[in-house]
Design a protein around this ligand. Structure first.
Ligand SMILES: [Zn+2]
Length: 127
C-alpha cells in the first residue's frame, strides 16, 4: 500500500495513515493510533470512575433507606453460605473431625455475622 504520511493533530507526530489511527473528515485531520488508544483508555477510566461513583451513590441511598450499605440479596447470600458452613462443620464434628469443625464454625459464624450484624444494627438504630 502506498504510504500516506500525515500529521497527528494531537501530538504532532508524523505517521502513515495506513497504520491505523483516526481520520476526522469534518476537519480533515488525522489522529495517530497512539493518541486514539490514549483517548480510549482515558474514556474507559472515566467510565470506570463514573460506575464506581454510581455504585457508591447506590450504597449511600441504600444506607439512607435501610440503614445498611449491603443489599438485601448480598446479606442473604452471606447468611445462607454461612449457615451451609455451619451445617458442614456440624457434620464434621459428628465424624469426629474437631479441627475442621472449629474451622467451619469460625468461617460460617463470620459469614453470618458479616451479613447479619449490619442488618441488626440498622434495625436497632432505627428504633
Ligand atoms: Zn498522536
Amino acid at each position: 500500500m502506498k504510504k500516506h504520511i500525515v500529521t497527528c493533530v494531537k501530538c504532532g507526530r508524523q505517521f502513515d495513515a495506513n497504520e491505523g489511527g483516526a481520520y476526522y473528515p469534518e476537519s480533515r485531520r488525522y489522529v495517530c493510533k497512539r493518541c486514539v488508544d490514549k483517548q480510549k483508555s482515558e474514556q474507559a477510566d472515566r467510565e470506570k470512575a463514573r460506575k464506581a461513583e454510581e455504585r457508591k451513590a447506590e450504597a449511600d441511598e441504600r444506607e439512607r433507606v435501610t440503614g445498611m450499605r449491603q443489599s438485601k440479596a448480598a446479606m442473604l447470600v452471606k447468611i445462607v453460605v454461612g449457615v451451609l458452613f455451619l451445617f458442614a462443620a456440624v457434620s464434621l464434628a459428628v465424624q469426629g473431625n474437631i479441627s475442621s469443625f472449629v474451622c467451619g464454625l469460625v468461617i460460617g459464624g463470620a459469614l453470618v455475622a458479616w451479613g447479619l450484624v449490619p442488618y441488626l444494627k440498622a434495625k436497632s438504630g432505627r428504633r
